[in-house]
Design a protein around this ligand. Structure first.
Ligand code: CTP
Length: 425
């Protein structure tokens, strides 16, 4: 393991050195575990450090937070804490624990345990390894289930036959890790996974947990790959009874990949897209509007997310039809697209191959959306217009003229305003 430790540099290394200090001072054995260790062995960047502590994860975290002068979020109930550091880094610290599942898909009953218990409660062999963070001990990989061999062979393997029954979200996690790393779910695990699906175990999971796993899948670097495998192994009825995906959804996903790339390359200053939401909307789009609404509220999506999904599903047909025509006035394009989120706009651009629509959306993002008037409220006031709703109406008219190239300068805008005042007075 020593050679892997050597690969840890910079701030990550400092954190681990300080954590080793805390482990010694508090006399609490501490280990790197979970995804961080897996990725360290794989040579994949991971900024979420997972530490398991025999003793008290919370006391350990408090001491480490003091040394790092970092913010600390404690979750008493679970014996866990998270250190929030500047930038991308996050440290999750947990007391080693045992878990028992009282029934299928229930949340587990948790009690204190040793490291072995903590590894035993985990999902896959590749996530069930540990290494001590104390210097000198760090050569020794604790690997009771053969996770290291599975990592080398590219295998996803559960630890025991009841794993999917205990926690059916592992069905989705198995697919996610398999597709992320280009691994293969090994035959017995695959058999048990398919059996769990056949027995409807995904329907027993709380919708919020399903949502969280779906979001994680759609945040992976190749959501199409994830969804294809998900569809092949589980179908999609656990998301919504009538939901199906086929060639048209897959083609749309491919088109979305391209448009997201285009957007991020060309508009780096815009806010980051919620890319998962674009894919999720594409997935739900074939459903009837009532079904979409039912699904989003059952999954407990946030209001803003729900709104963006519904806005696309309700208006995409009409907008695509309208924007596919030649010679649409810039002001019409602007007033149609301006109320929509970037996610909805990118989805529109992905859903149609019409060259006019693609051009209009590009123009909207490149030109119209950033267009500002020269005139201000002061100018209107100077022309004798009293503040009130009339301001907005006048500004909208001037913007319309400017978008359509009818006025180009401050003088032009002022001239138009004078005319408008005369007409409405
Ligand atoms: N875990 C588990 N069963 C779950 C969720 C998590 O056993 N249903 C365990 C796994 O050992 C996992 C660890 O908790 O490695 C941390 O969970 P999480 O942060 O969700 O997973 P990571 O492995 O860190 O995955 P990612 O790289 O996607 O963050």
């Amino acid at each position: 393991m020593k050679k892997y430790f050597k690969k840890i540099t910079g701030e990550l290394k400092e954190i681990i050195i300080l954590a080793a200090e805390v482990s010694r001072e508090a006399n609490m054995p501490a280990y790197l575990v979970g995804g961080f260790l897996r990725d360290l062995i794989l040579g994949v960047k991971n900024f979420d450090i997972d530490i398991a502590v025999e003793g008290s994860g919370i006391i350990f975290a408090q001491r480490l937070a003091k040394k790092l002068k970092s913010e600390l979020r404690v979750h008493e109930r679970f014996g866990t804490a998270t250190l929030i550091l500047d930038g991308l880094l996050k440290v999750d610290i947990a007391t080693t624990r045992k878990e028992k599942y009282p029934c299928c898909a229930c949340l587990p009953v948790v009690s204190c345990g040793l490291l072995e218990d903590d590894l035993m409660r985990r999902d896959f062999t590749i996530n069930a390894m540990a290494v001590s963070i104390v210097r000198g001990d760090e050569q020794k990989l604790i690997d009771p289930f053969g996770g290291r061999d599975d990592l080398s062979a590219g295998r996803i393997r559960i630890l025991h036959d009841l794993s999917f029954k205990d926690d059916p979200t592992r069905i989705l996690r198995a697919i996610r890790f398999e597709q992320r790393f280009n691994f293969k779910i090994e035959p017995k695990t695959l058999f048990l996974l398919e059996d769990a699906v056949k027995n409807g175990l995904l329907d027993k999971v709380s919708p919020h947990r399903i949502r969280d796993e779906l979001v994680l899948m759609l945040k992976e670097h190749d959501p199409l790959k994830q969804v294809k495998r998900l569809n092949n192994l589980c179908a999609l009825s656990f998301i919504s009874k009538k939901l199906k995906a086929g060639k048209s959804t897959y083609d749309l996903f491919k088109s979305i990949d391209k448009e997201i790339l285009w957007f991020t390359k060309n508009f780096p200053a815009h806010r980051q897209l919620d890319t998962w939401l674009i894919y999720f909307t594409a997935l739900l789009a074939p459903l009837a509007p009532g079904e979409i609404k039912k699904t989003t509220s059952r999954l407990g999506l946030r209001k803003g997310e729900e709104k963006r999904i519904i806005s696309y599903c309700q208006s995409s047909r009409r907008l695509i039809q309208f924007l596919s025509k030649k010679g649409v006035l810039p002001s019409r394009i602007f007033f149609m697209l301006e109320p929509l989120s970037y996610e909805t706009i990118i989805l529109l651009k992905s859903a149609s191959q019409n060259k006019y629509l693609k051009r209009y959306i590009t123009d909207f993002l490149e030109i119209y959306n950033g267009m500002r008037l020269y005139v201000s409220g002061n100018d209107l006031h100077g022309l004798g217009v009293l503040p009130g709703p009339r301001y907005q109406k006048i500004f909208a008219k001037v913007l319309e003229a400017k978008l359509n190239g009818k006025v180009r300068t401050l003088q032009g805008e002022l001239g138009l305003i004078r005319e408008l005042i005369k007409i409405t007075d």
